[in-house]
Design a protein around this ligand. Structure first.
Ligand SMILES: [Zn+2]
Ligand SMILES: [Zn+2]
Length: 336
């Protein structure tokens, strides 16, 4: 056993480039909507220090590893290589190198541990029935996506009145905005369950960071394993399916960051950076072969099983194109 573990680690170390355990510390999402000016720094992940979840990478035999590499090859044709970005797109504005599976595995990533592997979802605020449904489906998708336990906590309301430091009125929407840092520090951190890999709140309220930024979609603290994401702007110009897909993308993208996934630059991938909702809409709801391998390795999740589970989700919830795509991927990796 020890020898196989050594082979596995050696293989990764030799394949790996010099890779610091880099976690995205700042990301922004621009949004062009209504009469609001173009915005910056919409999605912030600003707090970063030593990871608080760490473990040895899960053990795999060299045969497991070979099968994983075959599965990566088998699904390559389903993904578009990243194209040259236009001026308003993420990669035109942020220089990023991407992160292959080998770089990830060799970079001492944050991984779920037996003691801390549950993803907790905290609905925060008052949701309408459509938003409730979106959250319910997101919980189900995340479970099938990462093969980790996902628990939805009972809905919580903000304790009114809020302190004036923690909210303001947006001058364009005339709606209340909540300070994202307040949610992280005062609502989520004190309530982080012991077995949580991460605690992620969804709110229907608009969020802001500080006076310099008009709004943010969300904010995460990787060190403290807490994050808050707003549904407030994700349904702009969107039918139910588009609203759902945007939410699924935000949820798995940010959860990926919680486990040290960097932005993907090799393929159009749900882990690619996005500068506006148009770019988000263009990305698939799935991860590319490199990121699929990260999930499979991290959670010991067999690729065929993963694609079948995701196909089943899409079939059940009427995402027809995605159902066909996931089914074809399951078939492709099953031929190996
Ligand atoms: Zn990101
Ligand atoms: Zn990727």
């Amino acid at each position: 056993m020890k020898q196989l573990r050594f082979i596995f680690i050696f293989l990764f170390l030799t394949l790996s480039f010099a890779c610091e355990n880099k976690i995205i510390i700042n990301e922004s999402e621009n949004k062009i909507v209504n009469n609001e000016p173009k915005e910056e720094n919409k999605l912030q992940t600003p707090i970063n220090s030593q990871p608080s979840v760490s473990s040895q990478p899960p053990f795999k035999t060299s045969e497991d590893l070979n099968n994983l590499i075959k599965a990566m090859k088998a699904v390559e044709p389903f993904f578009k290589p990243m194209s040259e970005p236009t001026a308003d797109e993420w990669l035109a504005n942020f220089k990023e190198d991407g992160q292959t599976f080998e770089q990830y595995a060799g970079g001492n990533p944050i991984l779920p541990t037996p003691e801390r592997k549950t993803l907790y979802i905290q609905p925060l605020g008052a949701f309408d029935s459509k938003q409730q449904k979106i959250i319910e489906l997101t919980v189900e998708y995340m479970q099938k996506f990462f093969d980790l336990p996902v628990k939805r906590l009972p809905q919580k309301k903000f304790e009114e009145p809020l302190s004036p430091d923690n909210y303001r009125t947006n001058q364009f929407t005339k709606k209340r905005q909540i300070r994202a840092g307040f949610v992280l520090e005062e609502i989520l951190q004190p309530n982080l369950p012991k077995d949580a890999a991460a605690l992620i709140a969804f709110t229907n309220e608009d969020l802001f960071l500080d006076k310099n930024v008009r709004f943010v979609f969300g904010q995460a603290s990787l060190k403290d394993r807490v994050a808050v994401w707003s549904l407030f702007r994700l349904d702009d110009y969107a039918d139910f399916e588009k609203f759902l897909k945007r939410t699924l993308k935000v949820a798995v993208h940010e959860t990926g960051h919680m486990f040290s996934f960097a932005h993907c630059t090799k393929y159009e991938c749900v882990m690619s950076g996005t500068n506006h909702l148009g770019e988000t809409d263009r990305h698939p709801i799935d991860v590319c072969p490199e990121c699929m391998a990260k999930i499979s390795w991290m959670s010991e999740y067999e690729p065929k099983k993963r694609y079948e589970n995701l196909a089943e989700f899409c079939r059940t919830h009427n995402l027809k194109k995605d159902y066909v795509e996931f089914s074809r991927k399951a078939f492709a990796v099953g031929k190996n």
